[in-house]
Design a protein around this ligand. Structure first.
Ligand SMILES: [Zn+2]
Length: 399
């Protein structure tokens, strides 16, 4: 197998018996405690301090050029800002849970670089165990020769439900997760965490009504591929799919604040919507998982007449949601937009993407991270969902 041939650093955990990917108890948890980059544009070394030795596997992925390091479950307790500074061949790196029992570090490269060595040094006396990744500069052609197609993460079995319950199923989709942090505020607050907290609050408010079943595409800090988010909604027969995000404007691109509700469209409603969809659709790439390597039935779903009902329902819910959000949140100056979001492309599930606000706006950030705001906004979303299903039921009855 090609992947096995390019297994670059296989280091078996010393004194660790039993499956490496097994659920770890608190006492056995693997911790990543510190990280540093050294070297220059020809040779760069990334060192991660761990509390113990683990098995790692590193490989190269092209388009864009990245180094991916897979590890068993690791709790990343790295200093704030770790991975954000570039040095030598490394532009930046990200880390997080990639799948149940699996963690991943994704290194963005400034120049093509091969993995020279990957190894883990066991802890000695007062020195922690250290994961070392040595990168050496190469040319684009050589990089490509060494690059592999990454494995697909196993779908999380917990998000498949078998039930005879006929209440509408709402799928809440907190954006990003794991090595894909989403937008990052100046304060270090990450989109993946901000939206997860809102999604959990929304789930609680929805369950409180007893009128709905609720499923989340993730309820912890784990990566979920875009395609899987869509398939969770479709295979479970969702009645509504709500993806929750928070945007950010980069420095020098003006200011914006407030919430926006997006639906899917082939052509973006404006430039800002287009660039947001481009950004959100890159989530898989950021987590070291290429959209180009999967059967792209999601990316290539054609917009046809069969989808028109779904699109109309999505648009109706989006309008309703903007209406109820007015009471609890500041809205963006044009709060209804559309663009080609991969995650909204279920042909039969009405889907919207709610951008709660901007992490780049201090006022928005303050609100989005407050309990009171999360509660208020969640109630507004529930109100919109109630109205949506009330009007759909009456439409059906009136036919
Ligand atoms: Zn996002």
């Amino acid at each position: 197998m090609r992947i096995a041939g390019i297994l670059l650093g296989l280091v078996l955990a010393a004194g660790f018996s039993g499956p490496v990917y097994a659920q770890q108890t608190a006492g056995q948890r693997t911790l990543a405690l510190d990280a540093r980059l050294a070297g220059d544009a020809n040779r760069t070394r990334l060192v991660i301090d761990l509390n113990r030795k683990v098995e790692v596997r590193a490989y190269q992925i092209a388009n864009p050029n990245r180094i991916v390091v897979d590890l068993p479950e690791v709790t990343f307790d790295l200093p704030v800002g770790a991975g954000k500074q570039s040095r030598g061949l490394v532009a930046a790196y990200r880390y997080g849970n990639f799948a149940p029992g699996k963690a991943r570090i994704v290194i963005d490269l400034r120049e093509p670089a091969n993995i020279d060595k990957t190894f883990v040094i066991p802890a000695v006396e007062d020195q922690p165990a250290r994961l070392v990744i040595d990168l050496v500069r190469t040319d684009a052609a050589t990089f490509l020769k060494q690059a592999i197609i990454p494995e697909k993460p196993q779908p999380n079995a917990q998000v498949q439900q078998q039930t005879t319950d006929t209440r509408p199923l709402i799928v809440i989709d907190p954006g990003h997760g794991g090595p894909d942090t989403g937008a990052i505020a100046k304060t270090g607050d990450e989109e993946k965490e901000v939206v997860l907290q809102v999604a959990k609050q929304l789930r609680a408010e929805l369950l409180r009504t007893s009128r709905y079943r609720v499923l989340m595409t993730r309820d912890d800090d784990t990566f979920v591929p875009l395609e899987e988010r869509v398939s969770i909604a479709r295979t479970n027969g969702a009645s509504l799919f709500i993806s929750v995000h928070a945007d950010s404007l980069s420095k020098g691109t003006g200011e914006a604040s407030g919430a926006t509700v997006y639906t899917v469209s082939e052509r973006a409603s404006d430039k800002e919507a287009q660039s947001l969809a481009d950004k959100e659709n890159r989530a898989d790439i950021l987590a070291g998982y290429n959209l180009a390597t999967q059967p792209d039935d999601v990316a290539n779903i054609l917009f046809n007449l069969a989808q028109r009902d779904t699109m109309n329902a999505s648009a109706m819910f989006a309008r309703t949601l903007v209406g109820t959000l007015k009471k609890s949140a500041r809205l963006h100056k044009s709060p209804l937009k559309s663009a080609g979001f991969v995650v909204l492309r279920s042909p039969e599930v009405p889907s919207v993407l709610l951008e709660l606000g901007y992490l780049s706006s201090p006022a928005d950030l303050k609100q989005m991270t407050s309990d009171a705001w999360r509660e208020k906004v969640s109630r507004s979303v529930v109100e919109a969902i109630d109205k949506f299903f009330a009007s759909r039921t009456s439409t059906v009855v009136g036919r």
